[in-house]
Design a protein around this ligand. Structure first.
Ligand code: NDP
Length: 245
């Protein structure tokens, strides 16, 4: 196990990629805190599954659009476990719609969760991370290749994660903290189900003609979180089935 004695916080850890990541980090030995917004039962179930792996778990309701709530989640994690080693910025929302039908409320909502919330979590976490610390953000393959119309706002929010990752790598590197970005391709979750209305076109853009599974993203996050990745920082790693090819 590569994360023995470490503490991780995964935002949006009740379902999909975040839940798979929380469980994978626990399998690797970490105690894990996770945030969620709506699904109390699903979040509690992931917490129970982390405990069943022999790890400690903390389940925190915290809307990523609320910077104070996000910062509170970071502080609650440190208060419970005494330290923080790995932050996974995973919570995110999708948006599909043409430019002319995109309201400024849509813009504010998507940027609040996908950008502002990530910034707040990272800023709060950075105060606690030490040598060997990790910040890993879940971006999207749309930052490399926008597969069709209607994705502009979502692409804006995910492309911002490249700047966040590179800028923070410079800021936190001198303290021995790595900062990396994982960009999933189409991944079978509630957000983007493999049998959903947009699935066939996305699947066709991968070289395997298939969706990824949340566990396939989680394993890359766990690798970046491990000591083996100590010289990897400011990197953008695609886990996208060749979507960007
Ligand atoms: P899901 O919709 O399946 O799960 C989202 C998770 O985030 C849930 O745990 C949800 O909690 C939580 N969440 C959503 N909004 C908030 C919020 N405002 N505050 C706190 N928690 C929140 O999404 P995915 O697993 O598919 O996506 C995870 C990340 O991966 C996102 O950043 C997404 O943009 C990115 N991504 C996904 C791809 C895909 O094809 N699935 C492709 C590329 C990137 P709750 O259960 O309470 O609602």
């Amino acid at each position: 196990m590569t994360l023995d004695g470490k503490v991780a916080l995964v935002t949006g850890g009740s379902r999909g990629i975040g839940a798979a990541t929380a469980l994978k980090l626990a399998e690797e030995g970490a105690d894990v805190a996770l945030t969620y917004q709506h699904n109390d039962d699903l979040a509690a179930d992931i917490g129970d599954r982390i405990k069943a792996l022999g790890r400690r778990a903390l389940v925190i309701r915290a809307d990523s659009a609320d910077a104070d709530a996000v910062k509170g989640a970071v502080e609650a994690t440190v208060a419970e476990f005494g330290r923080l080693d790995v932050l996974v910025n995973n919570a995110g929302i999708g948006f599909v719609g043409p430019l002319e039908a995109t309201s400024m409320d849509d813009v504010d909502r998507v940027l609040a969760v996908n950008v502002r919330g990530v910034f707040a979590a990272t800023q709060a976490a950075a105060a606690h991370l030490g040598e060997g610390g990790r910040v890993i953000t879940i971006g999207s393959c749309v930052a490399e290749r926008v597969p069709g119309p209607g994705m502009t706002l979502y692409a804006v929010s995910k492309t911002a994660m490249i700047g966040l990752t590179k800028g923070l790598a410079r800021e936190l590197g001198p303290r021995g903290i790595t900062v990396n970005l994982v960009q999933p391709g189409p991944t079978d979750t509630d957000l983007n189900p493999a049998d959903g209305p947009y699935a066939a076109d996305q699947r066709a853009l991968t070289v395997f003609d298939r969706y990824g599974q949340p566990a396939e993203v989680a394993s890359m996050v766990a690798h970046l979180a491990s000591p083996a990745s100590g010289y990897v920082t400011a990197a953008t790693v695609s886990v996208d089935g060749g979507h960007a090819a």
